[in-house]
Design a protein around this ligand. Structure first.
Ligand SMILES: *Cc1c(COP(=O)(O)O)cnc(C)c1O
Length: 352
């Protein structure tokens, strides 16, 4: 047998989850934070057109998409790098900064890719518990050591939906030791409505140690195409580009992302529907006597503790797939009103 690295041997295998189906054959996918809407019209058209060129390799520099992003967000093209989803960019980031044994800091629970990619790189994960379901930045700052190479701040946080405000984040950014990169993961940025929550891109000037991660997988509806990007200081981004897995942002994904960026009004209309559902569901769950965290994302978090697994199984019997984190809580993605009503009915009939 071939010899595998210890870091890889220690990982658990991926097990696909079966979608829940109700006795009547209904199925509601509220487990993966996807948008419930179909392709944006301009995206569908761009994909059709791009099919003609799929015998060719994509632009490895992603120039057209990067130019569009730079123009739209007032950034330098040299300060943007693409990736195969923002998960791909995350791997590039970790590979670029962490030697085996270096530490990578993040809050927990947070995005599951952080521990996975940290371990895969042979780096050491340092997970600091959330405080009342929110990033505890003050405690995180106490965990910096001379081996900390990267700290993730997921804002809003997956799975809790909670977000930290500008003042708190700026203070934290000021406490990061030299040599440590801060990755502000804003996968759900388009769902933020609270004005206190900063746009990470506005924090970039004067902070070369900050990188902002964004994705087309959530509000833009391109989860199946795998495209995301990071914005930061041109020198940092230039190094990241060297760690880019060649051609990993496909030509179809790049063209679709440009079309998605040009569909701003429709994206806003769709995210407004979801954020209105967020308000409605939060109130309805509270009326059922359930605690729900204040969410700035397209999902809600129910801190159910020891009931989480049972609650998830109960929803599954009603055909509603949610994300249960054993012993901690349940994350439910906000879908269309009818999907959310199916979830509310399931939640109402949960015995405790
Ligand atoms: C969904 C999600 C992403 C997006 O990952 P992609 O690889 O772009 O699909 C990134 N970060 C967080 C926290 C997420 O929840």
């Amino acid at each position: 047998m071939p010899q595998f690295r210890a870091a890889v041997r220690g990982l658990v295998s991926y097990r696909p989850e079966k979608p829940a189906i109700s006795p009547e054959g209904r199925s509601y996918s509220l487990a993966a934070n996807e948008t419930p809407f179909g392709p944006l019209p301009k995206v569908a058209q761009a994909i059709q057109e791009q099919i003609q060129g799929i015998n060719r390799y994509p632009d490895n520099g992603g120039r057209a998409l990067i130019a569009e992003l730079a123009d739209r967000f007032g950034l330098e093209p040299d300060g943007i790098v693409l990736g195969c989803g923002s998960v791909g960019v995350t791997q590039q980031l970790i590979n670029a900064v962490a030697e085996p044994g270096d530490e990578i800091l993040y809050a927990w629970p947070s995005f599951e890719a952080y521990p996975l990619l940290t371990r895969l790189a042979g780096a050491v994960p340092v997970a600091v518990p959330l405080r009342e379901n929110v990033h505890d930045l003050a405690t995180m700052a106490k965990h910096f050591t001379d081996r900390t190479r990267l700290v993730f701040v997921c804002n809003p946080n997956n799975p809790t939906g909670t977000a930290v405000g500008r003042a708190e984040l700026e203070e934290f950014l000021g406490r990061v030791p030299p040599g440590c990169l801060v990755v502000l993961d804003e996968a759900y940025h388009e769902y933020v409505r609270n004005k206190e929550v900063p746009d990470g891109l506005s924090l970039l000037p004067g902070r070369p140690h900050l990188v902002v991660l964004r994705t087309f997988s959530k509000a833009y509806g391109l989860a199946g195409l795998r495209i995301g990007y990071a914005a930061g200081h041109p020198e940092v981004i230039g190094t990241l580009r060297k760690a880019y897995l060649p051609f990993s942002a496909s030509s179809v994904a790049q063209a679709a992302a440009i079309a998605a960026l040009r569909s701003g009004d429709e994206v806003r209309r769709r995210t407004d529907i979801i954020t209105a559902e967020r308000t409605r569901l939060t109130a309805a769950l509270n009326a059922q006597g359930r605690r729900v965290c204040a969410s700035e994302a397209n999902f809600l978090w129910l801190p159910l503790g020891g009931h989480a697994t049972d609650f998830g199984a109960h929803c599954a019997t009603a055909g509603v797939s949610v994300r249960a984190v054993a012993g901690v809580g349940v994350r439910v993605t906000l879908g269309l009103p009818a999907d959310n009503d199916a979830f509310l009915a399931a939640a109402a009939s949960f015995p405790s």
